[in-house]
Design a binder for this molecule. Structure first.
Ligand code: C2E
Ligand code: MG
Ligand code: MG
Ligand code: MG
Length: 283
């Protein structure tokens, strides 16, 4: 009886839940400050041509080094930004910074993640247009990556939003394909320019034949719809070779480079230019 009463009380007052909420509130406050004071940064991860392994683009990934705590994963703070109304300003920062930075890399495309909270906003297209104009980047070099969560609930609105974005000249990619409830039937009508296969589908393809078949089928599906495919999470050469064979034209993963600073991307481009000059001289 006492135990039961205890349990009942637990549902009303759970100190552990209180601490969770308190921690979350502090995290949210810190995040708000980080956004306002410009403490968020971007890392850039190479995207490479699947045949030549040459870097032809980068994906911008937001980073937050929380004072006194160290780095916090975007998988933790993006959802907080979404529910606390911070995603607008965070997203605007990321898009502007990524476009500004990419202007110095005319040989690269730039991919930027867009969360459902941004995408859902009817003003989103306007602010993309605004940033494109402000940063004077060539829109065709910009890819916006969106995940499927929201699409399936609102197929009609999603399709319209994608159309509006594409009319600005940017590309739109479906991110993390294969990680959730990928609704294959919708894929074609949304008009995606590219599909990114989730890392979870790539991880075990060498050791596990069932995984490999799943991945092959997924790539084949995208190709049947004439949509180019990027595979993410490539960590080994074997995976890189297999994915190219299966039909991916673009690859991304630690094997080619972890997310890095803009300076490191610059260094890579510089090395490549020097190597080209050298090849020309040496013949
Ligand atoms: P995503 O867009 O699918 O980005 C790929 C994630 O996989 C990145 O994690 C990247 O560091 C990681 N990754 C890439 N290659 C490998 C690999 O070979 N092995 C392993 N183990 N991991 C790899 P990150 O940077 O922690 O970002 C996680 C997610 O957070 C992103 O997934 C994206 O959904 C979200 N995110 C990151 N930056 C932003 C942003 O600026 N805005 C929004 N809205 N979301 C973002
Ligand atoms: Mg992404
Ligand atoms: Mg992804
Ligand atoms: Mg992901």
């Amino acid at each position: 009886k006492a135990k039961e009463a205890g349990r009942a009380r637990m549902t009303l007052y759970d100190p552990a839940m209180d601490t969770d909420r308190a921690q979350r509130n502090v995290l949210e406050l810190d995040l708000r400050m980080a956004i306002e004071s410009g403490d968020l940064t971007l890392a850039y991860q190479p995207l490479v041509d699947a045949s030549t392994h040459e870097m032809n683009g980068v994906e911008a990934l937001v980073r937050w080094n929380r004072p006194g705590y160290g780095p916090v994963s975007p998988e933790v703070f993006i959802p907080i930004a979404e529910t606390s109304g911070l995603i607008e300003s965070l997203g605007l920062f990321v898009l502007r910074k990524a476009c500004e930075t990419a202007k110095q890399w005319p040989e690269l495309k730039i991919s930027v993640n867009v969360s459902p909270g941004q995408f859902r906003n009817p003003a989103f297209t306007d602010y993309v247009r605004y940033v494109l104009k402000q940063t004077e980047i060539d829109a065709s070099r910009v890819t916006l990556e969106i995940t499927e969560g929201y699409m399936i609930q609102n197929p009609q609105r999603t399709r319209q939003s994608i159309e509006r974005l594409k009319s600005l000249g940017v590309k739109v990619a479906l991110d993390d394909f294969g990680s959730g409830f990928s609704s294959i039937g919708y894929l074609r009508q949304f008009g995606f320019d590219r599909i990114k296969i989730d890392r979870s589908l790539v991880t075990d393809i060498i050791g596990d034949s069932r995984q490999r078949e799943m991945l092959q089928a997924t790539v084949a599906l995208a190709r049947a719809l004439d949509i180019p495919v990027t595979a993410e999470g490539i960590e080994t050469e074997e995976q890189a070779v297999a994915l190219r064979l299966f039909g991916c034209d673009s690859l991304q993963g630690y094997f080619f480079g972890k997310p890095m600073t803009a300076e490191h991307i610059n260094d890579r481009l510089q090395e490549r230019r020097e190597a080209r000059v050298l090849r020309r001289i040496v013949g």
